[in-house]
Design a protein around this ligand. Sequence first.
Ligand code: SF4
Length: 340
Amino acid sequence: MILSKLDAAKYPFTSLAAKIVEKLETELGVDSILSPNSEVLRRSIERIREAIYSGVTSIYMKDLDVEVLSHPLSLFLVKAVNNPKLLNVYAEAEKNRVFVNIINEDVNKIALLANDGFNWHVKVEKERIFLRFDEYLKVSVNMMDSYWKLVNRKLEEGYVEVTKRDLCRLIAEAYRGKIIEVVMRSKENIHGGLNAVIEELSKEVKAILPPTKIQESVALNEYNPSALPPCILKLMSEADEGKNLPHMARFTLATFLISIGKRPEEVIDIFRRLPDFDENKTLYHLRHIAGEIGSRTKYMPPSCATLRTFNLCPSSDEICLKIRHPLSYYNYKLRLLRKK
Ligand code: SF4
């Protein structure tokens, strides 16, 4: 079985992906890849944004060369941004991307990817799959669930029996670990032309991360449209008109509505009219934001100051002058409405 360029784009840990990167870097030259108008640079930034806003990165199918090259550049940018939370969030999002793709592959191809990418010894015998004991142990050590404990596994002649899904999870986890290792080990050597990009990206990442857990006092679990702040009302109306809302606007809307007690399955309806709406992807992102999947962290909406920076604060009514967070606005107005 031979891997294709699409495989290299989907699975950046393969030797083919490394070869393509090397070839393209030589052909295009570093200056061209890092130039302000570079498609690779644009896609690398987008990949990081997907990670921080959605918890999973996508595959840029329009140009697979760009996609393959965006992997090392994204890692370089993650290093340069130097935000303690970003590396974990990025690695987790890439892990999710690998898992959702690899789970649909044929088992022999999955074994090939494991052998090629991580030098593992995977055996497929009829309906059964085995991974060498020491390799299983090394990658599963960070998986806390007792499901992964060796005592709960069948061992045969130095090999651990795994299901197809297990093997996919283990590969995705190994990829996550590899990203962390590569970024930690790499030396910061910032290309002068990237300073502005890194500064801009750092600001955006700082506005979203670290994800702060919702405090009990603002976890209201009561939905009253009359108490919604102007920024959220405006975003809801724009979503209803089918406008193509930027990442930050979608993130704000989703985190706000989930914070006041809406379920992801309810919030999804707000996004239905968006031009790029995809039911499965949107629900996945909403469930990630709600802390139901992925890092299990419930994300909080950005503060008023952040929303102003992103031009998402339409105006200030009287309540806006008293508060610094859209959830505080909602809380305050709910109390006022209850008194009436
Ligand atoms: S001041 Fe805050 S709550 Fe009011 S509209 Fe602006 S961002 Fe929203």
